[in-house]
Design a protein around this ligand. Sequence first.
Ligand code: ADP
Ligand code: MG
Length: 617
Amino acid sequence: MADIIQLLPDHVANQIAAGEVVQRPASVVKELLENAIDAGASTIKLIVKDAGKTLIQVIDNGKGMSTTDARLSFERHATSKIKTADDLFHLHTKGFRGEALASIAAIAHVELKTKQEQDEVGTNLTIEGSRVDSQEVVVTPNGTSVSVKNLFFNIPARRNFLKSNAVELRHIIDEFHRVALAHPTIHFSFYNNGSESFNLPVSNYRQRIVNIFGSKTNERLVPVEEETEVLKISGFVGKPEFAKKTRGEQYFFVNDRFIKSAYLNHAILSAFEGLIKSGTHPSYFLNLTVDPQTIDINIHPTKTEIKFDDEHTLYAILRSAVKHSLGQFNIAPVIDFERDSNLDTPYNYSKTTVEPPKIEVDRDFNPFQEQKVSNKSATTTFKKQSSANWDGLYVGLQSEDTSTPSDFSEVAFETEESVSSLFEVETQHEQASTTYQLHNKYIISAIKSGMLVIDQYRAHQRILYEDFLQNITVKEGVSQQLLFALELHFSAQEIEIIKQLKDDLEHTGFVFSNIEEESVEITGVPLCVPESEVSIILEQLISDVQNEVPEANFSATDLLAKSMAKSLAIKTGQALKKDEQEHIVNKLFACKEPNVSPTNRLTFITVGVDELDKKFI
Ligand code: ADP
Ligand code: MG
């Protein structure tokens, strides 16, 4: 048989490599910024149009390239950064694989302008899908400018796979942050669709963090410094009380390279143990310096994961350094967090009962109830006495709210007692309106055919979600005026998101009296939002928008309603009074779509008497 193996043409090989190196516009941004840093630039400008789908340009004042190098830089495995395999273990540059430019040029229209200081003129090179279109002499400043246009123009599948501009821009900004944080001694600027989004002058590390994340960040930082033989740590962790509900500001840099490491992240979390509420995430901005020989960066094409020789030691040092800093800066455990969940009910039930829920009114008008009271008065004393013993059975199960178990015991007792047929009818009815909370998580409610088991968190999310959605669409959310205006600080980017959502937020009941560059002033909040939760809700909302859950029918309104419902819904673990339980049951079944949560999870299940009967066979 004839030989069938052949070498792939370069442009095909480059496209394949591009699949690994360039996943989205943000990958190009990363590679170009890193090249500029490797070129020793002190000023780097990033220009992006349409979230990088139309244009990504990086202009640096680094050392530039000669005419020949300019041409060579687009060849695969062409690099000036290593010469031998041994050099891999002494890396002091970001790049070394020599495939970024080749990969990018294989899947986009690229224009390179570059000039070295000693040369009079520079080179202008244009490449389309790996094919050099032109190479000319050009007058250009010292340094390099690379423009990448129409990314994935020749791979429609990849282009179509890109997310919305908001999401892609978010990824670009993330990359920009990572690079800018690792290099505070370089002046970075970032232009998005013609307007300046960031201008980060040369500064120290703290100042760089503040310039990126807003002035509120400054007071939240606790310095971490540690130097041992194997590892030097410098940077900051966020004070525990500012831990966020969402991961976000968590940055590890190893030898100035941003890396992801679940293991090291765990070391930080364990240092924060007992200081932050579970489910919240501390911020950190930590630079680790290690001997390049002790790490392997080459385990992943995008170089965001690395392998350490001795992870265990790093873990231990990191953990103790962070612990030490938290202790030294007098960050005593914040006992308040415990109090929070119990005392500050996330939303105000007394208020909701003031505006009478329709279904509860129905319950009061129930003709059976009157009959029941008079009928049973004779047995009341007996029941009360015996319920004391019943209570004992529920120790450990019950919430601090004792009304629930005693009510339950009453029902249980009645059921035992019910002998006459008349009683049975009544009991059944009593059960229908009786709820019981199980493990502060489920609400059990008796129905004719058996029982309902309702997930309290999901059910409440559904209720709030429909409420918010209605408020936003009919624009009639009720607002409660705050006694003192609330000033909240955000980064410039976060403010942009708030501005976008301002109208919808106002329809839910928020009143913004002022929106500045890095802060907002709020004078009114929706009726169901306690003041203490406002910043958490907005923070969660911003993060939800930034991460825009990829759903087909996404709309800002829907996301807002979902996010607020998620933040405000009573959580698993919260004890509910009987009327609160009933309120949830009634409201849930008044919803348009009671059976699923806003994120499409089941809100309740039913267990039939027949199923129970089977179990008792
Ligand atoms: P790598 O960075 O892994 O070496 P790249 O494909 O990113 O590979 O770049 C190839 C080469 O092109 C680099 O090694 C460098 O010599 C040169 N180069 C790329 N970008 C720049 C720049 N902005 N300034 C100067 N030289 C550059
Ligand atoms: Mg590179």
